[in-house]
Design a protein around this ligand. Structure first.
Ligand code: ARG
Length: 264
C-alpha cells in the first residue's frame, strides 16, 4: 500500500510572494482550501487506496501544507530540505522531527546547500531527476548523489512559473513521465527525451493548470481539475484519472503532488 504524508491547511494562506503565482492581494479562501484539501485526501484514501499519514500544521507557516518540500525520502532515509527563502525555512525543524520520530535515518546536506526536497528531485526508474535554478541549487545534486549513491541527472528549469521540478515533470513508470518541455532549457529537454522513452507531454494550457503536478499511485493519477487534453492522453495510455479542484492551492503555486510526499 502506498504511504503518503500530508499536512492539513489549517493555517494555509498567501502571506508572502516567493513565486509568480502568489499574490497577497488575491489571498486564499481558507474554507474552500480546506474542502479542496479534504477532497484530495478522500480521493487518495478512497479510490486510489493510499495510506495517508498526517503532520500537525503550525500557525505562521502557511506553506507547510506542501509536504513535497519537506525533503527527499529514499527507503528509510530522509534528506531534509534547506529552503531558499527564510519564510519557509521555519518549516524545517517540524519536518525533521516528524521523520526522526517515525523511524527514518535523517541525513543532512551541508549548511547553505539549498535544496527543496521532492519538489525538485523525483526518481524515475533508477535515476533521480533533479531540478535547479529557481529554488534548489545545482550544487545540491552532487550532495544527493554522494549521500544516496544514486545516479542524478540535473535539469535546468527556465520558466519562472515552473519553479520546482514537480510543477513540470511527473514520473509515471521506469521510463515514462508526464512533462512540459517548454519549462526546461534546451539541454534538459535533450536529457528528458533521451531518458523518458514513453513521455506523456502536457500541452501549455494544462501545464499552466498544474497538470504535471500529479500524484501517481500504480495506475492511478490524481490531478487538478480541468486538464482535459492531458486527462485524455493519460486515459489513452491506460491510467485511471481522478480530478480534484485545487484552485485555492494554485494561488500559492502548488497542486496535488505538492500537497503530498511519498513515504515509501
Ligand atoms: N508557495 C509554495 C512555495 O512557493 C508552493 C510550494 C509548492 N511545492 C512544490 N513542491 N511545487 O514554496
Amino acid at each position: 500500500m502506498a504511504r503518503i504524508l500530508m499536512c492539513p491547511p489549517d493555517y494555509f494562506g498567501i502571506e508572502y510572494e516567493i513565486n509568480p503565482w502568489m499574490d497577497r492581494r488575491k489571498g486564499a479562501d481558507r474554507e474552500r482550501a480546506m474542502a479542496q484539501w479534504e477532497a484530495l485526501y478522500a480521493t487518495l484514501t478512497g479510490p486510489v487506496g493510499a495510506n495517508v499519514e498526517l503532520l500537525d500544521p503550525v500557525q505562521g507557516l502557511p506553506d507547510m501544507v506542501f509536504t513535497a518540500n519537506a525533503g527527499l525520502v529514499a527507503g528509510k532515509q530522509f534528506i531534509p530540505s534547506r529552503f531558499r527563502y527564510p519564510v519557509r525555512a521555519g518549516e524545517e525543524p517540524f519536518f525533521r522531527r516528524w521523520f526522526e520520530t517515525h523511524g527514518y535515518e535523517v541525513l543532512s546536506l551541508p549548511e547553505g546547500c539549498i535544496f527543496e526536497g521532492a519538489g525538485d528531485a523525483l526518481a524515475c526508474g533508477a535515476t533521480l531527476y533533479a531540478g535547479y535554478h529557481f529554488r534548489s541549487h545545482v550544487s545540491s545534486h552532487r550532495e544527493l548523489s554522494r549521500l544516496l549513491g544514486a545516479r542524478v541527472l540535473s535539469l535546468e528549469l527556465s520558466d519562472p512559473r515552473f519553479y520546482h521540478l514537480d510543477t513540470c515533470f511527473c514520473p509515471l513508470g521506469t521510463d515514462s513521465a508526464i512533462y512540459y518541455p517548454d519549462a526546461f532549457d534546451r539541454y534538459a529537454r535533450q536529457v528528458l527525451s533521451d531518458g523518458i522513452r514513453q513521455p506523456v507531454l502536457a500541452p501549455s494550457e494544462d501545464a499552466a493548470r498544474f497538470g504535471c503536478n500529479a500524484v501517481v499511485v500504480d495506475r492511478h493519477v490524481v490531478l487538478n481539475a480541468g486538464c482535459t487534453a492531458l486527462r485524455n492522453r493519460l486515459q489513452e495510455a491506460g491510467y485511471t484519472v481522478h480530478e480534484v479542484d485545487l484552485s485555492e492551492f494554485l494561488k500559492s503555486g502548488g497542486a496535488a503532488k505538492c500537497l503530498t510526499l511519498r513515504l515509501d
